[in-house]
Design a protein around this ligand. Structure first.
Ligand SMILES: Cc1ncc(COP(=O)(O)O)c(C=O)c1O
Length: 457
């Protein structure tokens, strides 16, 4: 199928199809995308579907609470690893909606599962049973260390549930203790979410400070500092240790087997739970179904979200039987969680990604991507390190990555930042082709000069 078929031809403002964004004059996109943040109100009588990017952006600024510093791109459609904006410009997507669209945009099996389920039953509350939810739970259990699953709607909710389950587990396992272990350990550069509990476990002070007081009793330790973690766990006050086997938002830092194994051993000795947050790194992104399989260390609880339903909101908490035994009716719940529509989508995603040949292709493409990055930009004076594995890759720079991210966007390539803004984060759909990898690296390489320009001014 030709990509041009997927251009938004129904959009009256769609530009003529073009194969290469880079064939446009250098200032073309800057002019198109340059949005005055004080833009006057756009014509409110005009239907939104007939508006250009600049008008939609102006409306967003007027009607939506300003929590996002968005890139000035209004996306309208997508297919595979390609996205198209309302003017018909094509982008190669290395962001996957922040590690969500693992099967790319518009996967035909995913669409079929959604359509079939939507026709039959989209939502029932958790007052009743439904087949897709039970089926999804069965498959998650069969494919992991876990015995049971709790469903929710996002990554932060999954961590929020893991916090509650950990505390309940401690109370349940120590019925005679007057002050059971209720504290938590989290690590430098970690990100666990933005609701009050998960926020308390998130290391960036900038996220927490405006909302203090957050949940007390969290100790932040250096990611990888085994001795400090073991000492704190031995204090006997810790309900659970929250750790990402690979940190995404924090800058694509991988754990070591020794670190995770030491946490496991110390937790076992102290009766403390080990929680792996695989919201970003889980479900095939590393080339392993679960990132912790790369280290052969297993948690008591694993939190999942982003890619699980291929773009629909879902979260899941996978737990051992011991943890599940502490939870009673009414301890936690959610209206939307695991409804038939989202569960059917997730069954399709899980089935496709857990196929060993799919996982092998992620490993192979990830290695190819990293090798190509090393050979083409590894020698650039701004590149400190290229790290990660599978299709979660970080390019650590000695300067802010923003000018590079912007230049790539103007050349038709979407990438994210991470860490303190100095890391280019690459988390493409797992179905990316080798040709798309080559194209992406070509654009990145061509855009690198903007870092010299940015540092010389
Ligand atoms: C590791 C990790 N945990 C939790 C979250 C929070 O997920 P959500 O944005 O779905 O609440 C994120 C989001 O980026 C994440 O990367």
């Amino acid at each position: 199928m030709s990509w041009s078929l997927h251009l938004p031809l129904n959009n009256p403002h769609a530009a003529a199809p073009h194969s290469s964004l880079t064939s446009r004059p250098a200032n073309y996109f800057a002019a198109c995308l340059n949005v005055d943040t004080r833009a006057p109100d756009s014509d409110q009588s005009k239907p939104l579907k007939d508006k250009r990017s600049s008008e939609i952006i102006a409306d967003e600024k007027k009607f939506i609470v300003g929590t996002y510093a968005r890139a000035p791109v209004v996306l309208e459609s997508g297919k595979g690893c390609k996205l198209y904006d309302v003017e018909g410009r094509e982008y190669l997507d290395l962001t996957s909606g922040i590690a969500v669209n693992a099967l790319g945009h518009g996967d035909s099996d995913w669409l079929r599962a959604l359509a079939q389920q939507a026709e039959v039953l989209a939502h029932v509350s958790n007052v009743y049973y439904s087949v897709p939810q039970v089926e999804l739970a069965k498959r998650l259990v069969a494919s992991s260390f876990a015995d049971r699953v709790f469903f929710c709607n996002s990554g932060t909710e999954a961590n929020e549930a893991a916090i509650k389950f950990s505390r309940k587990f401690q109370r349940h396992s120590n019925p005679d203790k007057t002050d059971p272990s209720m504290e938590f350990i989290a690590f430098s550069n970690c990100f666990h979410g933005r609701t009050m509990g998960a926020l308390a476990l998130t290391s960036k002070e900038h996220y927490r400070t405006p909302f203090q007081p957050v949940m007390p009793g969290v100790t932040f330790l250096e990611y990888g500092d085994t001795q400090a973690a073991v000492e704190k766990i031995q204090s006997g006050k810790v309900a659970a240790v929250f750790v990402e086997p690979i940190q995404g938002e924090g800058g694509i830092y991988s754990s070591t087997k020794e670190f995770l194994q030491s946490l496991r051993t110390a937790c076992d000795k102290a009766g403390c739970l080990l929680v792996f947050d695989e919201v970003q790194c889980g479900l095939g992104r590393t080339g392993y179904l679960w990132a912790h399989e790369a280290y052969n260390v297993y948690p008591d609880i694993m939190t999942l979200a982003k890619p699980l339903a291929g773009g629909l909101p879902i979260g899941a908490v996978l737990v051992t039987e011991q943890v599940a035994a502490a939870i009673e009716y009414g301890d936690h719940g959610s209206t939307f969680a695991g409804n038939p529509l989202v569960s059917s989508a997730a069954i399709t995603v899980l089935d496709k990604i857990s196929d060993p040949s799919f996982l092998a292709s992620v490993t192979e493409k990830g290695q190819y991507f990293k090798d190509l990055l090393v050979s083409s930009i590894g020698g650039n004076s701004h590149v400190k390190e290229i790290r990660g594995f599978g299709l979660i890759i970080g390019i650590d720079l000695d300067v802010s990555a923003s000018p590079l991210v912007e230049a790539c966007q103007q050349s038709g390539l979407l990438v994210l930042t991470a860490g303190k803004g100095n890391v280019v984060r690459i988390v493409p759909p797992l179905i990316i082709s080798k040709e798309e990898v080559e194209k992406a690296v070509g654009i990145l390489k061509k855009c690198f000069h903007v870092l010299d320009e940015a540092t010389s001014t």
